[in-house]
Write a protein that binds this ligand. Structure first.
Ligand code: HGY
Ligand code: MN
Ligand code: MN
Length: 398
């Protein structure tokens, strides 16, 4: 039988790995010491639940049921400063549903915690490699913002790594997640059944000018990389208006200025340029605007442009049958308090859709906050999400 208290207690236990000390926040990026400790704990819980724990070469952790099974899960790594539920909720709920299913002789349920969903090295890296979207060899070349390669980080897995996990044993994949936006919190609804997940493009761009003295270099003669980024950002916001909808988003979230000193005209700026939309063609049109504005600013300001590898995922629709099971579960658990909605955040489900039918459900995020220590969800909403997941998996709550 689904046990909400056991589920909530496990969720708090997982939060203790990398607890930030600020609110309920966590600092548990992929391959960090708390991430691996959390995965070791999860593996022990899987084994206790009668599942066979298996780590693949990426550090994706599976808890395998025997024979064909439905796969449930999400990810247990966090953003560099993240919330306690992003990913963790889906993993712990999966564990509870699998455990309850075994206790009641119910359907076979396997569990997964994918690695590096939060993109320390790319975009949803663990599930991208597992699903064949990116080869392990190519992924190993990716570096985080501190210059550490994925290959170096993976070596920390040591002898945990076992054989690869064949997706043919799974009949489908369902991921429970927090919404991470304001829709359900604002409407007072409890469950969102996801229709589609947006697509993304993500690229690191470097602008290089001339490092120089901040007191003696006349403004007109400067090739200031930071001024280049500043002009690029302002112009981009203006020019993208011609091609975007209110659902399109773009973010410069990581910037590193060199040499980052008060009395030096910055010679170089390296920044992340990320954009998302539900329409693949529009992602392309946004890219054309970004490239054009970059070129324009670089020419005007005498800067060189270097673009890193373009990472991306296409928008995907959820599987109709699994979605219908979630909708039936939502109506049973939260009658008239659920909706169908798209996902503006990315999820491992996007990658898994290459291999299996996938579906997702959301519970509300208080004040729509996520990727921040303040991230939280009311307990009754967490439990409602667990119950809908169990319902869709054919494991009925009492
Ligand atoms: O960035 C995202 O949408 C996800 O949380 N990785
Ligand atoms: Mn997530
Ligand atoms: Mn996230």
């Amino acid at each position: 039988m689904i046990d909400p208290n056991r589920f909530l207690s496990d969720l708090h236990k997982l939060r203790s790995f990398g607890a930030s000390g600020v609110g309920k926040g966590v600092v548990r990026p992929a391959y960090s010491e708390p991430d691996l400790a959390a995965r070791d704990w999860l593996a022990s819980q899987m084994a206790e639940a009668g599942l066979t724990p298996r780590w693949d070469a990426m550090g994706n952790l599976f808890g395998l049921a025997e024979g064909p099974s439905l796969l449930l899960g999400s990810h247990s790594d966090s953003q560099p400063t993240g919330g306690w539920l992003d990913g963790a909720l889906g993993v712990v709920a999966a564990l509870e549903v699998a455990r309850a299913a075994r206790e009641s002789g119910g359907p076979a349920i396997s569990v997964v915690s994918f690695q590096d969903e939060e993109g320390r090295f790319g975009v949803t890296t663990g599930s991208a490699v597992w699903s064949g979207g990116v080869s392990l060899m190519d992924a190993d070349q990716l570096r985080d913002h501190d210059g550490v390669s994925l290959a170096e980080a993976r070596s920390l897995l040591g002898d945990r790594v076992g054989a690869s996990v064949d997706a043919a044993q799974f009949t489908g994949f369902i991921e429970l997640h927090i919404e991470q936006g304001p829709t359900l919190d604002t409407s007072g609804e409890q469950i969102g059944v996801v229709t589609d997940i947006v697509g993304i493009r993500d690229q690191v761009i470097t602008l290089s000018g001339q490092q120089n003295h901040a007191g003696t270099t006349p403004m007109a003669l400067r090739r200031d990389a930071f001024q280049g980024l500043s002009a690029f950002n302002a112009r981009l916001n203006d020019r993208l208006r011609n091609v975007v909808t209110p659902q399109s988003v773009w973010t410069i979230g990581h910037v590193s200025i060199s040499p980052n000193a008060s009395s030096i005209v910055p010679g170089q700026v390296r920044f992340s340029m990320q954009w998302r939309d539900g329409d693949a063609a529009r992602l392309g049109r946004m890219q054309a605007v970004i490239d054009a504005v970059l070129e324009e600013v670089a020419t005007e300001m005498g800067l060189d442009v270097e673009k890193g590898q373009m990472l991306g995922l296409e928008p995907v629709a959820m599987d109709a049958d699994l979605r219908a099971r979630l909708e039936a579960g939502a109506e049973a658990v939260s009658p008239n308090k659920w909706r169908k909605m798209p996902s503006g955040a990315l999820h491992d489900a996007t990658n898994v859709a290459r291999l299996l039918p996938v579906a997702m459900l959301f519970v509300p995020s208080i004040n729509g906050v996520s990727h921040a220590f303040e991230e939280d969800t009311h307990e009754d909403d967490l439990v409602a999400g667990l119950q809908v997941l169990a319902h869709a998996a054919g494991v009925f709550a009492q």
